[in-house]
Design a protein around this ligand. Structure first.
Ligand code: TGC
Ligand code: FAD
Length: 392
């Protein structure tokens, strides 16, 4: 038996790390070292300037983090828990980095891997895994967000090609992408297309004046008689089920990622309250401060255990969508509450970019909305409980 009086690490009070395999712990540690060394130093400046350091794509590729849960074609083929741990360590620095990896691996590479032809996989996946080609995923439109079935983008057959018309809105990586996975309505239902971004008729405009996810590119995609050969249609993607299945992968990464942002808020608040003095004492010595720190730690640990449980289920038997929604619903909402509570513990200092908390909090507002809003995930879990879909 271990020594019961052993010191416990505040950010891992329940020793959740002991539930990881040696390989999983090694992956977590190497992503953490990379993130702290390469990503952390410039993040506040990128957030302030509203820029994303696109050049990190290659180093993320070298580390095997792009499409890391996919097998073959240059992808690392690691388990779901490893993918989750990587998302957590990236989002501990900024949600923008996890977003980049989510979109590349789960929303751009996954549909090619799952629904693409052998030629499409060989053409695109190795260079995307290496970070040489950046992808984006165009599902949402200005008037079709929570209800993507209302999309207006169309693809019409024209001889050997398809002609795409319409626009997609709020697309992560849009303005820096080499390839867009575009979902469009056809006479024969919804289909997916691999659209190289240098195709004539394809253009992008970045969304300006964001107050959230500032270190991430968010864009509108415009398709104006954009001609795509049949060889770039995803042959096995049929109906809304195809894009929604990609969301399961990315939502799983979010369940883990937001616990990284929450951990960063927690450790910042713990450090700060230990050194900040008021009334001749560290503010951590006040019972009200300790209560807040404990509430934060409890939700952080519960959320991380939930992520690990869902990761184990995913690795062992696959994850039903309602379980993914359960995790996204809980962990994003709790991460936001943690950020808000931690921000308060820093007083006035909490509102600056000197500390990461308000940056995380603003980012988490986007995470609360994208990949299915909190309300949509509530309804998905509600349907699983009652058998009654209540979306419309
Ligand atoms: P519904 O009739 O329920 O379903 C249509 C078909 O899809 C199937 N299905 C799923 N399949 C796999 N995984 C899932 N999660 C699935 N959910 C549904 C379903 O079985 C059915 O199949 P079939 O074969 O019978 O046709 O569809 P609905 O129109 O009623 O909508 C249901 C609803 C509201 C849950 C769905 O539309 C939804 O999830 N809406 C939210 C939209 C959303 O999440 N958009 C995200 C866009 S991408 C993004 O935000 C990226 S952010 C990236 C970043 O920076 O990290
Ligand atoms: P709406 O659907 O208009 O929802 C507005 C409000 O109404 C929400 O509170 C919602 O929960 C509520 N609501 C809607 N329907 C119901 C209902 N039936 N019952 C109860 N409440 C309801 N999309 C992509 O395709 N690719 C991307 O890469 C991508 N990246 C994004 C990056 C950022 C930074 C952001 C902010 C968004 C991104 N999105 C992306 C879009 C995102 O998925 C949508 O914003 C999201 O699906 C919600 O759609 P909406 O914004 O149109 O809100």
């Amino acid at each position: 038996m271990k020594d019961l009086a052993r010191p416990l690490a505040p950010e891992d009070l329940l020793e959740i790390s002991s539930l990881l395999s040696l390989e999983e712990a090694a992956i977590r540690d190497s992503v953490r070292r990379y993130a702290e060394r390469e990503l952390a130093p410039g993040i506040a400046e990128h957030f302030e300037a509203g820029t994303f350091p696109k050049e990190i794509s290659r180093s993320l590729g070298d580390l095997g983090l792009l499409g890391m849960h996919l097998e073959g074609y240059g992808c690392a083929g690691l388990n779901a828990v490893s993918y989750g741990l990587a998302c957590l360590e990236l989002e501990a620095i900024d949600s923008g980095f996890r977003s980049f990896v989510s979109v590349q691996g789960s929303l751009a590479m996954f549909p090619i891997w799952k629904y693409g032809s052998e030629d499409q996989k060989e053409e695109w996946l190795p260079k995307m895994a290496a970070g040489e080609a950046i992808g984006c995923f165009g599902l949402t439109e200005t008037d079709a967000g929570s209800d993507p079935s209302g999309m207006r983008t169309t693809a019409k057959r024209s001889g050997p090609d398809w002609v795409l018309n319409g626009s997609k809105m709020w697309i992560t990586n849009g303005g820096i992408a080499d390839v867009a996975i575009v979902w469009a309505k056809t006479e024969d239902g919804l289909k997916g297309f691999i659209v190289p971004t240098d195709t004539p008729g394809f253009s992008t405009t970045d969304v300006a004046k964001k107050l959230s996810l500032r270190a991430s590119v968010t864009s509108e995609l415009i398709m104006d008689d954009c001609r795509i050969p049949e060889s770039l249609r995803l042959p096995d993607a049929k109906g809304l089920r195809a894009p929604l299945s990609c969301l399961n992968e990315a939502r799983f990464g979010i369940i883990w990622g937001v616990m990284g942002a929450a951990r960063s808020c927690f450790t910042t608040a713990l450090d700060y309250t230990g050194s900040r003095r008021q009334f001749d004492k560290p503010i951590a010595s006040f019972q009200l401060t300790q209560e807040r720190l404990v509430q934060i730690a409890v939700e952080l640990h519960k959320g991380t255990l939930l992520a690990l449980h869902l990761g184990r289920v995913k690795d062992e038997s696959g994850l039903p969508p309602a379980m993914v929604s359960f995790g996204k619903l809980n962990n994003v909402a709790e991460a936001l509450k943690i950020a808000r509570s931690a921000r308060g513990l820093l007083g006035a200092n909490g509102i600056t970019l000197e500390y990461p908390i308000l940056r995380h909090m603003n980012n988490l507002e986007s995470v609360y909305t994208y990949e299915g809003t909190n309300e949509i995930h509530t309804l998905i879990v509600g349907e699983a409980l009652t058998g009654i879909p209540a979306y419309r």
